[in-house]
Design a protein around this ligand. Structure first.
Ligand SMILES: [Zn+2]
Length: 221
């Protein structure tokens, strides 16, 4: 049922050449698949790179009501998936177009694609959860000074899910370390593995479905 779906709009990245910009703008009246959109809009990426992004985008339809679809005339908010400097996204909607950067250097992994899309969908890093001090000890002295803000706590909602070391939003033990010592350790057992998710966890999926009020039993379609 359509009412159960939440559509997230993707738009072709503007190209350097004017002629290519025009070509993409014209395409917006057509009904492209996500794969076709990326094919046209990311010509500087290889097929393999685009396949990783498409797989990440399409994975959401297998466990949630989120559907990424190409821009249509009249859409007011959309994501531009670009290869800028690094892997990043705003958290949540900013209005109009917003960038999700998946650099060719270091961002083309399934977990990274899901991670950045979850930011755009409104989710913060797991270690910023309001209850993280019960689960993670932050070693501030080991963090690169400019990066300390990544470890600030946020008044997260959590959607009734527990803290999850296997969340795709959880940084790893040495994230932003300036001295090769851990920047985070789990509590109470510091040997517990964390921050190694290769894909979204059950908790990541539950949070997404709760935030977007996905209807139950509507997926896989
Ligand atoms: Zn992130």
């Amino acid at each position: 049922m359509a009412v159960c779906l939440r559509e997230i709009v993707l738009r072709g990245r503007k190209q350097r050449k004017e002629s290519e910009v025009a070509a993409i703008e014209e395409d917006t009246t057509q009904e492209l698949s996500v794969g076709e959109l990326l094919e046209r809009a990311n010509r500087d990426r290889t097929s393999r790179e685009k396949a990783i992004i498409v797989r990440g985008l399409e994975s959401f339809s297998s466990f949630s009501c989120i559907r990424f679809r190409p821009y249509r005339s009249g859409d007011r908010e959309w994501l531009n998936i670009e290869s800028r400097n690094g892997c990043y996204s705003y958290v949540g909607r900013t209005g109009g177009g917003q960038t999700v950067s998946l650099s060719r250097q270091g961002c083309l992994y399934h977990n990274t694609v899901q991670h950045e899309l979850l930011h755009a969908l409104g989710f913060n890093h797991e270690q910023t959860r309001n209850d993280r001090d019960n689960h993670i000890r932050v070693h501030w002295n080991n963090i690169i000074d400019d990066m300390k803000y990544n470890f600030n706590k946020i008044a997260t909602l959590n959607q009734g899910t527990s803290y999850d070391y296997n969340s795709v939003m959880q940084y790893h033990r040495y994230a932003f370390s300036k001295n090769n010592y851990p920047t985070m350790e789990p509590i109470p057992n510091s040997n517990v593995s964390f921050g190694k998710a290769t894909e979204m966890s059950k908790n990541d999926i539950d949070r997404l479905n709760r935030l977007y009020k996905c209807c139950e039993n509507q997926w896989p379609p």
